[in-house]
Design a protein. Structure first.
Length: 265
């Protein structure tokens, strides 16, 4: 009976512990702000977008288009782009590149990062699935870290006759929560956001002018994914260890007091 009660209490505790994890893994609602309808022409002028938004831009073949978005630890971002081409054009090769807050080019795990559109094709679609963003990494590593990420979309090897032709681009970023499997021991002091140190100085001096280069951040703040299913598995292990201890004690203590043997028997 005692073991049954202990088991019930342990299962109830685990149920309460798993509830926040399930809530944390649910997709966040769409951004309330409108998506930008233009792109930047450099890292410093990149148009800021939130994950889940579809940004659009009108440009010309040969332009470099830049957007930026935030990515927190424990997520795997997926960047998708669609370029609508003019009615008449030669074969064109388009490429999408993703850079982190230190402007290090990040490799794509998979996806069509570079694709060639056939002559007179209506559009071309590109995709780049990044590696999981880590909360901390060695200084010599090129692992993706929390902070601002930049998207660069452009045509490569364009023929002179196609330069300057109008195109329309769409870009969207979504992320998948990878859970406790992506958790690491360690954490950055600050996310890799350009101008974050200037922002802290401004908070200390209210009279100083703003020098923030990128102010976009996740809806629930940086390092919001502190909760992961690793906590659930840790709780399960602790509960099983406690039940094993209770069961072993019950089996070894005996059914009752030992009978007293009369002296001289």
């Amino acid at each position: 009976m005692r073991i049954t009660r202990a088991l019930g209490a342990a299962l109830l505790t685990l149920g309460l512990a798993a509830a926040p994890a399930a809530a944390d893994s649910s997709p966040s609602p769409g951004a309330s702000e409108e998506a930008p309808t233009s792109a930047g022409t450099s890292f410093r002028t990149a148009a800021e977008i939130e994950q889940g938004q579809t940004a659009t831009a009108s440009a010309s073949t040969g332009d470099y288009l830049y957007w930026s978005f935030p990515a927190d630890a424990g997520v795997r971002p997926t960047v998708k782009a669609t370029v609508k081409l003019p009615e008449a054009h030669a074969g064109q090769t388009w490429q999408i590149d993703v850079y982190d807050g230190l402007r290090r080019r990040q490799a794509c795990q998979y996806g069509a990062q570079t694709r060639t559109a056939a002559q007179n094709a209506a559009s071309v679609e590109l995709a780049c699935v990044l590696r999981t963003v880590r909360a901390w990494s060695e200084t010599w590593a090129n692992d993706p870290l929390p902070g601002t990420y930049y998207i660069r979309l452009t045509a490569v090897g364009v023929r002179t006759a196609d330069l300057g032709q109008p195109v329309a681009a769409e870009v969207r970023v979504d992320s998948e929560d990878m859970g406790g499997a992506a958790a690491v021991d360690g954490r950055l002091a600050e996310p890799l956001v350009p101008g974050v140190s200037m922002t802290k100085d401004q908070e200390e001096d209210e009279n100083s002018a703003s020098a923030v280069l990128s102010d976009i951040r996740p809806d629930d703040g940086w390092s919001s994914g502190w909760w992961s299913d690793r906590w659930v598995w840790t709780g399960i292990g602790a509960a099983l260890a406690a039940l094993a201890g209770i069961g072993g004690y019950t089996l070894t203590r005996g059914s009752g007091r030992p009978s007293r043997v009369p002296p001289g028997a």
